[in-house]
Design a protein around this ligand. Structure first.
Ligand SMILES: NC(=O)c1ccc[n+]([C@@H]2O[C@H](COP(=O)([O-])OP(=O)(O)OC[C@H]3O[C@@H](n4cnc5c(N)ncnc54)[C@H](O)[C@@H]3O)[C@@H](O)[C@H]2O)c1
Length: 265
């Protein structure tokens, strides 16, 4: 059976863990050659080995999305190794917990640099290649935290909202070149990042996050990967400029309580 990305070449940033790792594996299962790019060479290497051991095609690079040289080297690696670039998944992002007035300028700058500037750089340098090919699909990881605000996540909220609107601009500018740009907006997903945010209370953190979703649980990285695959593939050929929430229903709520429960006890 033909794969959804047969003969295509994809880059996945933050591909060494969580959503990125699951997406890299999924892309490879559907026939893409994948560049697994991550700040952690060890994690990128492990995912690359997993894909190659399963009979897929992957190459790793240790890089930082906030560094223009890192992004350019990653794109060059795709071109040198596989000869083209069809799918760019700008997935790296960073969030640190603090109230706005307690957020240091360093933390703000780091969050914006990785989450928003990293996405900007990823698009800036892949667009000329995709224009030459007259074909391309870009998927950016935003978040439900780019749609609404969270307590203690102001820099992340601002950066992810920026990712959503930056993606819309990129979609408008590049539709005429047959390049589609979309965002995925995950709810709380069971990854290393969620573990880190929970700290030594990770179990309680996961339970609270799960209960906040109408579906009653956190999402799994593979559930985001399947959506990213869809947006990256020709199955989404008429979809561009969208921010698709994959969030167990969390952004469908007003936040008001269940008013029937007052009457029903
Ligand atoms: N987990 C969630 O609940 C959730 C929800 C919404 C959005 N997101 C977003 O999904 C994306 C992936 O998060 P995850 O949960 O899979 O995280 P994760 O911790 O499982 O993986 C993140 C990976 O990113 C890499 N990384 C960190 N900084 C980097 C940089 N500057 N350059 C390149 N690689 C870098 C890390 O080494 C790590 O391997 C992020 O943009 C995050 O904001 C996550």
């Amino acid at each position: 059976m033909a794969g959804k990305l047969d003969g295509q070449v994809a880059i996945v940033t933050a591909g060494g863990s969580g959503i990125g790792a699951a997406s890299a594996v999924r892309f490879a299962q559907e026939g893409a050659a994948v560049i697994v790019a991550d700040l952690s060479g060890k994690r990128a290497e492990a995912v690359t080995a997993q894909i190659n051991d399963a009979g897929g095609k992957a190459t790793m690079i240790k890089m930082d999305v906030a560094d223009p040289d890192g992004i350019q080297a990653t794109i060059q690696l795709a071109l040198d190794t596989y000869g083209r670039l069809d799918v760019m998944f700008n997935n790296a992002g960073l969030g640190e917990l603090s109230r706005l007035e307690d957020t240091s300028l360093e933390s703000w700058n780091r969050t914006i640099a990785v989450t928003l500037t990293g996405t900007f750089l990823g698009m800036k340098y892949c667009l000329p290649i995709m224009r030459q090919q007259a074909k391309g699909a870009i998927v950016n990881t935003a978040s439900v935290s780019g749609i609404g605000g969270d307590y203690g996540m102001s820099a992340y909220n601002a950066a992810k909202a920026g990712v959503i609107n930056l993606s819309r601009s990129a979609a408008i500018e590049n539709a005429q070149y047959n390049i589609r740009v979309n965002c995925v907006c995950p709810g709380a997903i069971n990854t290393r990042a969620a573990q880190l945010l929970g700290g030594d209370r990770a179990d309680e953190f996961r339970r609270l996050q799960g209960e906040a979703h109408p579906l009653g649980r956190m999402g799994e990285p593979e559930e985001i990967a399947n959506t990213v695959l869809f947006l990256a593939s020709d199955e989404a050929s008429f979809i561009t400029g969208q921010a698709l929430a994959v969030d167990g229903g969390v952004t469908s709520q007003t936040g008001l309580p269940n008013m029937l429960s007052i009457h029903e006890g």
